[in-house]
Design a protein around this ligand. Structure first.
Ligand code: FE2
Length: 707
C-alpha cells in the first residue's frame, strides 16, 4: 500500500509519487510526459487486527476476507492473507485502504474460502480490532467458530438495543443473526411435562461443545471410574453387600477429608439434620408452624411441647410428597422401593437440628409407623436410610437436574434464539451458558435415557429408574415457583431466616447480593428507564420463550411473561446467574463427599419399608441396601460429576471480552473483587468448622452449569 515515503512510479508513461499523512489523505502525483498533472486522491487507511483463538485446532489454512461497513460507506471485500496466516493464538495485522473515510464503523463482514489443496477447516476467531484513520479503535468481539464459506456479520462491540438502531444495514444483520441462530438452536420435547430442551438432531454447534482438553479429561475420568470397577468385577456383581467392611473398601478408593467425616458421622442424628442445612439438598427444609394432619406426631412420642416449640420457631419439616406414588424400578430382577417420607426436626438448645419423628409414607396407617430416635438402633437407622434414599431422588432429579441443569438450558436456548450478540443481555449471560448444552445432552443419554440397550445409569440403578424419573421431573416442574428460585424470597417463604449453622443460606444470600449489584450496574447502564425495557422487543421475546418452553406457560409459577420494569429484569437476570453458578455449585459439587459412603445416600433400596417396629437388624439393613453393581455404577457417576476439572471458568471470570465499554468493564472488575472478599470470609469461617462448608465459595464454582 501507499504509505509514508515517496515511491517512484510506474511504467513508461506514468510515474507516481505518494506523499502523505500516515492515514487518510495521500497525494498522488501523476507525471505524464511531457507535463505534469497532479491528482489529489483521498485514501483512508484502516489497520485491521485479527485475533485467532488460542485453543487447539483453531487455525485456518483457508483464505480470509474482510469488509468494513461504516456510517458513510463500505470498504471493498479484501483478501486478508492466504495460507499459513492464522495460527492459534496469533494476531494478524493488515492495512485496508478506502477512497475515503467510512465514518463511524458499524460492523465487519468476515468470510473464509477453501483453497484447492486444503480442506474446508474450522477457524476460531476471538475478535477483530480496527483502527480508523481518525485514530479511533473499534472492537468486534466474535469468539466463534467459522466453519463454512458464508459471510458472517459482526457488529461493533458497543452494546445496543434494536429500538435504537437507525441503520437499515445493521438492523438487517441483527435480524439475520437471529434467523440463523433459530435454525441452529431449536426447541425439542424430551418428555411431555418437562422443560423443553435444545434439539440435537443435527448435533451440537461447535462453539457449545466441550473443548478438546475437557473432552479428554472428562472421558478419562469416566473410564477411570467405571473401568476400575469393571476390572475388579464390582460393576457387574449382582450380590448384596455382605458386610460394612466390603463397602468400606470401595469407599476408601475415593475418600477425602469430607467423605471421611460423613463416614464417621452418618449414623448421628445431628449430622442427619445438618445435611438439610449444609448438605446437597439445602432447599427442602421449612419451618413447621402446624403439623400436617397426615403426620400425627404427639408430644408424648417426641417428649416435647410441640405447640410451644413450634411457636418458638424450633420445629422444622421435610416433606418428600413429590415422591408419593412414583413407580419404582426392577434391578437385578428384584423390585425396588422408594418412599415419600415426612421428617420432623427439632432445633435443640445446643443449636443442633435433630430428627425427632419419621413417617415413611404419606398416608398415616397402622402399618406405617412413626419412627422416633428412641426406637431400636436399626429400626431408627433404617427409617433414616429410607429418608436418605428419598433425598437422593429429590436431590438428583428435582434439585439438581431440573432446577439447575434443565432450567439453565432453557435460559441458554432462549438467549441464543432471541438476543443478538450486540445486545447487553447476550454479553452478560452468554458466559453463564458455557458447556450447558453438552453436559445436558450427556445427562440425557448417560443418566436418564430409557433407550433399550443403552439405558442411563439412573434408569438402570436408581429406585425411580425409567418411568419414575420422568414422573418426578413432571411433578417437580408442575409445582416449581419463581419465588423458590430467588434465594431471599425462598428463605423467607420457608421460614428459615434464623436457623443456626445454615451456611448455604448465609453464603448464598451474600452471593445473591453481590450478583444482584453487578447485574443491576450492568443493566441500568443500558436501560435508562422502564420504557426502554418495555420497547425492547428482543428482550420480550426472550422472556416469553422462557415462560412458554421452560415453565410450559404455567402462570401459577410466577415466572414473568414479559418485563415492564428495569427492577424486574435485574431480579430475573440475577436469578439466572445465581442458578447457573451458585445454586448449581451448592447442589453439584458435594455429590461424592456426601454419596461416597453409600448408606448415607443410597440410590435405591431393595426391601420394602418396615411396617412394624422391632424387626430390623444389621443383616436386614445390609440386605436392604443396593446391590454391589448398583452402588459402584452410581459411585462412578458421582465421582465424574464431582471431579475438579482444569478447564474451568470460575464465577466472575470473563476471559472473552464481550463488553467493550468502560462502565461494564469496571463493574466486572469490582464484581471479581467482591467475590474474592466473600471467598476470603468463607475460608476464614470454615477454619472454625468441623465440617467446612465450601460449596458456595466463589473460587470453587463455575460461571455456568458445566458438569
Ligand atoms: Fe451438575
Amino acid at each position: 500500500m501507499f504509505r509514508g515515503k515517496s515511491r517512484p512510479w510506474v511504467g513508461p508513461q506514468i510515474q507516481a509519487e505518494v506523499r502523505g499523512g500516515h492515514w487518510s489523505e495521500q497525494q498522488i502525483l501523476v507525471r505524464l510526459r511531457p507535463g505534469f498533472i497532479v491528482l489529489k486522491l483521498k485514501m483512508a487507511s484502516y489497520t485491521v487486527k485479527i485475533f485467532t483463538g488460542d485453543r487447539p485446532l483453531s487455525h485456518t489454512f483457508n483464505n480470509v476476507y474482510i469488509k468494513l461497513v461504516g456510517e458513510d460507506g463500505e470498504s471493498e471485500r479484501k483478501w486478508v492473507k492466504g495460507m499459513f496466516g492464522f495460527f492459534h493464538g496469533s494476531e494478524s495485522t493488515i492495512s485496508l485502504s478506502c477512497k475515503e473515510s467510512l465514518g463511524k464503523l458499524l460492523m465487519i463482514e468476515l468470510d473464509k474460502q477453501q483453497l484447492p489443496l486444503f480442506a474446508q477447516d474450522n477457524w476460531f476467531v476471538d475478535k477483530v480490532e480496527v483502527t480508523s484513520p481518525e485514530g479511533q479503535v473499534y472492537k468486534f468481539p466474535i469468539y466463534q467458530w467459522i466453519e463454512d464459506e458464508d459471510t458472517h456479520y459482526y457488529m461493533e462491540g458497543t452494546a445496543t438495543f434494536a429500538f435504537e438502531e437507525q441503520k437499515a444495514v445493521v438492523k438487517g444483520a441483527r435480524e439475520l443473526e437471529l434467523e440463523r441462530r433459530k435454525e441452529q438452536y431449536s426447541w425439542a420435547v424430551y418428555e411431555k411435562g418437562m422443560p423443553y430442551c435444545m434439539s440435537t438432531e443435527d448435533g451440537l454447534p461447535s462453539e457449545v461443545k466441550f473443548s478438546y482438553s475437557k473432552t479428554i479429561e472428562f472421558t478419562r475420568t469416566y473410564f477411570q471410574g467405571l473401568g476400575v470397577m469393571k476390572l475388579t468385577g464390582l460393576a457387574n456383581c449382582v450380590e448384596p453387600w455382605p458386610d460394612f467392611d466390603c463397602l468400606h473398601r470401595v469407599f476408601n478408593w475415593h475418600k477425602d477429608e469430607t467423605s471421611e467425616y460423613v463416614y464417621e458421622h452418618w449414623r448421628d442424628d445431628a449430622f442427619f439434620g445438618s445435611q438439610y442445612l449444609s448438605g446437597l439438598n439445602p432447599i427442602l427444609i421449612r419451618r413447621c408452624t402446624a403439623l400436617p394432619q397426615h403426620f400425627p406426631v404427639t408430644d408424648e412420642m417426641v417428649h416435647l411441647d410441640l405447640n410451644g416449640e413450634m411457636e418458638k420457631g424450633n420445629m422444622f419439616l421435610c416433606d418428600y410428597k413429590l415422591l408419593d406414588g412414583v413407580k419404582t424400578n426392577v434391578i437385578n430382577g428384584e423390585h425396588q422401593y422408594l418412599t415419600a417420607p415426612l421428617v420432623l426436626l427439632h432445633k435443640t438448645p445446643m443449636d443442633e437440628l435433630k430428627p425427632v419423628a419419621i413417617q415413611l409414607k404419606q398416608k398415616p396407617a397402622e402399618d406405617n409407623p412413626i419412627f422416633i430416635p428412641s426406637d431400636r438402633e436399626y429400626d431408627w437407622l433404617l427409617a433414616k436410610t429410607f429418608v436418605r434414599s428419598a433425598d437422593f431422588h429429590d436431590h438428583e432429579l428435582n434439585v439438581h437436574l431440573l432446577r439447575t441443569h434443565l432450567l439453565a438450558e432453557v435460559f441458554a436456548v432462549a438467549l441464543l434464539r432471541n438476543i443478538p450478540r450486540v445486545h447487553p443481555l447476550y454479553k452478560l449471560l452468554l458466559p453463564h451458558t458455557r458447556y450447558t448444552f453438552v453436559i445436558n445432552t450427556l445427562a440425557r443419554k448417560q443418566l436418564i435415557s430409557e433407550e433399550v440397550g443403552s439405558e442411563g445409569v439412573l434408569t438402570k440403578y436408581a429406585a425411580a429408574g425409567g418411568e419414575g424419573v420422568v414422573s418426578i421431573l413432571q411433578g417437580a416442574l408442575s409445582s416449581l415457583t419463581y419465588r423458590s428460585l430467588c434465594l431471599p424470597e425462598d428463605i423467607k417463604d420457608r421460614g428459615v431466616e434464623s436457623v443456626p449453622k445454615y451456611y448455604y443460606r448465609d453464603d448464598g444470600l451474600r452471593l445473591w447480593d453481590i450478583i444482584h449489584r453487578f447485574v443491576s450496574g450492568i443493566l441500568t447502564n443500558y436501560y435508562k428507564s422502564d420504557s426502554d425495557v418495555q420497547k425492547d422487543s428482543e428482550l420480550q421475546n426472550f422472556i416469553k420463550d422462557v415462560f412458554e418452553h421452560g415453565f410450559l406457560s404455567r402462570k401459577e409459577s410466577g415466572i414473568p411473561q414479559s418485563f415492564s420494569a428495569v427492577d424486574e429484569l435485574v431480579k430475573f437476570v440475577t436469578m439466572v446467574i445465581f442458578t447457573c453458578s451458585a445454586q448449581h455449585s451448592a447442589v453439584n459439587n458435594g455429590q461424592l463427599d456426601i454419596g461416597n459412603w453409600m448408606p448415607n445416600f443410597p440410590p435405591t433400596l431393595q426391601r420394602a419399608p418396615p411396617t412394624v417396629k422391632g424387626g430390623a437388624n444389621e443383616h436386614i439393613f445390609l440386605q436392604t441396601l443396593p446391590d454391589v453393581n448398583a452402588t459402584v455404577n452410581i459411585l462412578a457417576i458421582l465421582w465424574l460429576l464431582s471431579e475438579q476439572y482444569n478447564d474451568v471458568y470460575p464465577l466472575g471470570w470473563y476471559p472473552e471480552e464481550l463488553f467493550c465499554e468502560e462502565v461494564p468493564l469496571d463493574l466486572i472488575k469490582k464484581f471479581g473483587e467482591e467475590l474474592k472478599e466473600l471467598g476470603a470470609a468463607i475460608g476464614k469461617r470454615n477454619t472454625n468448622l468441623d465440617l467446612p462448608y465450601k460449596y458456595l465459595d466463589p473460587e470453587l464454582m463455575e460461571n455456568s452449569v458445566a458438569i
